[in-house]
Design a protein around this ligand. Sequence first.
Ligand code: ADP
Length: 477
Amino acid sequence: MKKILFVTSEAHPLIKTGGLADVCGSLPKAIAELNQDIRLIIPNYQALKSSESVRFLFSLRVDNRNINILETKLPDSNVLVWLVDYPTFYNFPGNPYVDEFGEPWANNAERFALFCRVVVEVAMDRAYQDWKPDVVHCNDWQCGLVPALLSLENNRPATVFTIHNMAYQGLFPVSDVVLLNLPGQLWHPAGLEFHNRLSFIKGGLVYADFVTTVSPTYALEIQTPEYGYGLEGLLEYRKDSLGGIINGVDLDQWDPKTDVYLSHKFSTKTLDKKRLNKAELQAKFALPINDSVPLFGLIGRLVEQKGIDLILECLPELMGMDVQFILLGSGDKDFEKQLEELALQYPNKMAIKIGYDESLAHLIEAGSDVFLMPSRFEPCGLNQMYSQRYGTIPIVRKTGGLADTVTDTLPETLLNNSASGIVFNEASASSLLEAIKRTLILYSVPDSWKKMQLNGMKKDFSWQKSAQEYLALYDSL
Ligand code: ADP
C-alpha cells in the first residue's frame, strides 16, 4: 500500500472554480478504491464547504506563523482531508484566487508559498504524525513550490506534478523571491526564474520527479511554442519524465441514470426520456418548448481559451438557422456583455445565464442535443465527456483532451460504432460553422443521431483506468 499526499488548491465538493476541482475531488477517491492510503491537503478557505465533521489535528510553526491542521473527509468517501488553517491568508469569502472584481488577491504569492511550505513540513512528517508519504502528488501552479522545496530535502518522498492548464503559471515579480524568503539555490533560469519573474509552475516542471498532464495529446502539444508559453523547451527537455493521463468522470456525480439534479433520469435503455429534460430546460430559459428543434448548449468559463470569440462570430449566422442556443457561464466581462446583447436580440432562440450553477449545468448536459466546445486549447476538458454520457453530441476542436475523447462522425466511424461527436480542426469561425452545419445534417437523420448518442453513452469514462495509470506511475518512482 502506497502513502500518497495529494496536494491541491481546490477539490469538489469542498471548493470548486473549474475542472481542477472535479479531478481533485474524484481521482483521490478512485486511488483510495485501489486500496491506497491517500490524503488530501488543501487551504482552509472561508468558502470551503464540508458536510463532514471537522476536527483539530495538530499545529505547526512555519515561517514564524502558527498554522493549524484540521482534518475532515471528502464527502461520500473515506479519503482524509487535511485543511491548512491560517485565517490571515485563507479566511476570505468567495473565490480562492481572485476578488469580486476578478483581480488576483494581492498576496497570492505569499498565500500559496505558505501553503507549499506547510505541505513540505507535512510531507517530511516534521509534525510527528507518524505518517510520511511515499509520493507527494501536486496539482497546478499553486502547489508548484512543493517539488522545488522538497528537492532540497534528504530522505524525501517522490514527487509528481500534474499540469491541468499551462495557461496559469503563477508568475510574480522578482521582489517576491525575497519576500517569500525562497532558498537561493532555487533562484536561477534553470530553476524558479522565468524571464526575470518568479514562476511557481516551474517549481513543478523542473523539480518534480515526474510531470504529467491530463491528456496524451496535451502532453505533446505543450512541447510546442503554440501551447508551451515559452516553457516548451523545458518540457521537451523533460520529455522522458513527462506523460499524459486522461481524466475520468465522477460517475457518482455525472450519470444520467442516477443524477440527483435531474427530475427525469434516463439511460441507454430509456433515452426517450431525454426529451423531458429538453422541455424542462427550454421552459426554464423561456424558450419555445419544441422537441424537434436542435438545442445547442454551452457551459464554461467565458474566456478566449474556450473559443467564446468563435461562438460570438458564428452566432448571427447560427441564429439564422432553425436552432436554439443556451449558455451558462461567467468570465470575461466583455464576452458576457456581448452574449447578453445577442440574447436580447434573439429572445426566441437564444438564452443565457451568467453565473455559476451546478444544478443547471446538469440540466443543460441532459437537455441539450448538441454541446459546443470549440476550445483553442483544452488540457483535458470534462464537459465533452459529460455530454457523451448524457447523449448530447459534442462539437469540439481537435486539440488536447478533446482530440483524445471524442470520435468524429464519418461514414467509417458510424459503421464501426465509434462515432460520438463532431470534430473540427482549425480555430476559426468558418470551421466551427462548417462543423455546426455537418451536425445539423446528422441531426436530421434520427437513426444516425441515435447511434452517435448511444456510442457516446456507452463509452467508459470511469476513473478506474486512469487511477490505475497513476498508481503504476507512483510505483515506478
Ligand atoms: P476548465 O477546467 O478549463 O474550466 P473543464 O471542462 O475541464 O474546464 O471543467 C469545467 C467544469 O466546471 C465542469 O464540471 C463544468 O460543468 C463546470 N462549470 C464551468 N462553468 C460552470 C458554470 N458557469 N456553472 C456550473 N458549472 C460550470
